[in-house]
Ligand binder design. Structure first.
Ligand code: KIV
Ligand code: ZN
Length: 512
């Protein structure tokens, strides 16, 4: 029997710390359900003390999920721990994850605390969390740059205080795989009560080594890996769940432990996270990139046709790649619509919500005859984005674009309940539309990214547009989907501006 490797997904917490990747409560629940379907062991749902919205999101996820443990992050302060416990009350299985920095630079320059004070605070935090649940995880933040003797001291103390998981973060992605593996091995060897806890790792990807470092740690005794779908996360991101899981599955000869996941859920979950956050997956990304299983060269194609294993080490279907499958069409009824969405993990809160989504589906099916799972996901994401934007609504858009003429957009929006119109010329139809929107909204924001993706194949595919907009240091993403890419572009921009105009009072967990 192999040891179990626990998969701890932090897409909803560290993933959400990517600039612009913030998610609504409903979106978090949709992603959590997808992770639950994948049988992820632990879902870190958020940082409840960050804001009332974050608290409610963790509570909603805790109430909705029964198949995975739900974890809430808390700094090593009483208020954070109490808030995490409160948000997790409805969870069938709850974990509190508390942390404090242990590297000399963080203790001295960020916390302004002595090492003794840090140990005292860590122990007090773990004890307080144990008052709420037996499942307490402790992380010495920036462990990758901490001194080994001090790390051993903190870890021994928190295990004595009741921590059952010790997570070793390479917070700034500084370590090399051989060093990080050795760090884990030494900690397990040196900490006298190490056998009373599971050792976990949490690696950032600043040098592109997050997955390599995590796997080196697993080879050296770590039995939990913290990771995110598509490697989303703060700065260059976290270790990608799909890469960790498939490395362990594919190289069973190398690892003495195994994961217990339904890997066929990986691609659907990756698509869901990408469509909700607006972070596209690069085509050559391992496992989930569009080209991950595509063979271009004749020699490779010939080899694969003769024997798949000549050039493929995994089967595309084992990670959930399926050819686009027509699932619904214009004659599909409400029940077929509801049951396909429910298979995709999307449930409606009320009959009214179902009816509204069904009306949108019918409108889409009139314009696009074959509706795929990807269309349904985009439809629900798009409806959520528009519903969440209470201040700006798109009413009408007309764009004239003709060879040799300057495109002109005529637009009607409702802003804060008042109907407004603008006409604007532009370099192209999208540019004209964005100028018309800005003429009405006057956001004075900077458009940092604009990207269009075809959701399915064929020229009748819906276009999914992602934009990133910045103002005064704040960055937000917006998404929109429509068979008309100019309309999709307008929706995406309006979605982003709506987020930018909403007040933001959210604390970052790693800033005290
Ligand atoms: O990167 C990090 O150190 C973290 C901790 C909060 C675990 O995200
Ligand atoms: Zn992190």
């Amino acid at each position: 029997m192999k040891d179990k490797l626990i998969i701890f997904d932090t897409t909803l917490r560290d993933g959400e710390q990517s600039p612009g990747a913030s998610m609504t409560r409903d979106e978090k629940v949709r992603i959590a359900k997808s992770l639950e379907r994948m049988r992820v062991d632990i879902i870190e749902a958020g940082f409840p003390a960050a804001s009332p919205g974050d608290f409610e999101a963790v509570r909603d996820v805790a109430n909705a999920i029964t198949g995975s443990t739900i974890c809430g992050l808390a700094r090593a302060v009483d208020g954070d721990i109490d808030k995490a416990a409160e948000a997790l009350k409805g969870a069938r299985s709850a974990r509190i994850h508390t942390f404090i920095a242990t590297s000399p630079i963080h203790m001295r320059d960020k916390l302004r605390m002595t090492p003794d004070q840090v140990v005292e605070r860590a122990v007090a935090a773990v004890k307080r969390a144990r008052g709420y649940t037996e499942d307490v995880e402790f992380s010495p933040e920036d462990a990758g740059r901490s001194e080994l003797d001090f790390l051993c001291r903190v870890i021994e103390a928190v295990i004595n205080a009741g921590a059952r998981t010790i997570n070793i973060p390479d917070t700034v992605g500084y370590n090399m795989p051989h060093q990080f593996g050795e760090l884990i091995r030494k900690l397990i060897e040196r900490v006298p009560n190490a056998d009373k806890a599971v050792f976990s790792v949490h690696c950032h990807n600043d040098l592109g080594l997050a997955v390599a470092n995590s796997l080196a740690a697993v080879i050296n005794g770590a039995r939990q890996v913290e990771c995110t779908i598509n490697g989303l996360g703060e700065r260059a991101g976290n270790a990608a769940l799909e890469e960790i899981v498939m490395a362990v599955r594919t190289r069973r000869d190398v690892f003495t432990c195994d994961v217990d996941l339904d890997t066929t859920q990986i691609v659907p979950c990756s698509r869901l996270v990408s469509s909700i956050t607006g972070f596209p997956v690069q085509p050559n990304k391992a496992i989930v990139g569009a080209n991950a299983f595509a063979h271009e060269s004749g020699i490779h194609q010939d080899g694969v046709l003769k024997k798949r294993e000549t050039y493929e080490i995994m089967r595309a279907q084992d990670v959930g790649w399926t050819a686009n499958r027509m699932v619904l069409g214009k004659h599909s009824g409400r029940n077929a619509f509801r049951s396909r969405l429910s298979e995709l993990g999307i449930e409606f809160k009320s009959e009214d919500d179902l009816n509204a989504a069904f009306a949108r589906f019918k409108a889409l099916a009139d314009r696009k005859h074959e509706i795929y799972d990807e269309d349904l996901q985009a439809l629900v994401t798009d409806a959520g984005s528009q519903a969440e934007n209470e201040r700006i609504k798109l009413v009408a858009l007309k764009v004239c674009s003709e060879t040799g003429e300057t495109p002109v957009a005529s637009l009607t929006l409702v802003v804060d309940g008042e109907e407004k119109q603008a006409v604007a010329p532009g370099g192209g139809p999208v540019d004209a539309t964005y100028k018309a929107i800005e003429a009405i909204v006057g956001s004075e924001s900077e458009l940092q990214l604009y990207s269009v993706n075809a959701i399915t194949s064929g020229t009748d595919s819906q276009g999914e547009v992602t934009v990133r907009v910045a103002k005064g240091g704040r960055i937000v993403n917006g998404q929109g989907a429509d068979p008309d890419i100019v309309v999709a572009s307008a929706k995406a921009y309006i979605n982003a501006l709506g987020k930018l105009l909403a007040p933001a009072q959210r604390e970052h967990p790693q800033l005290l």
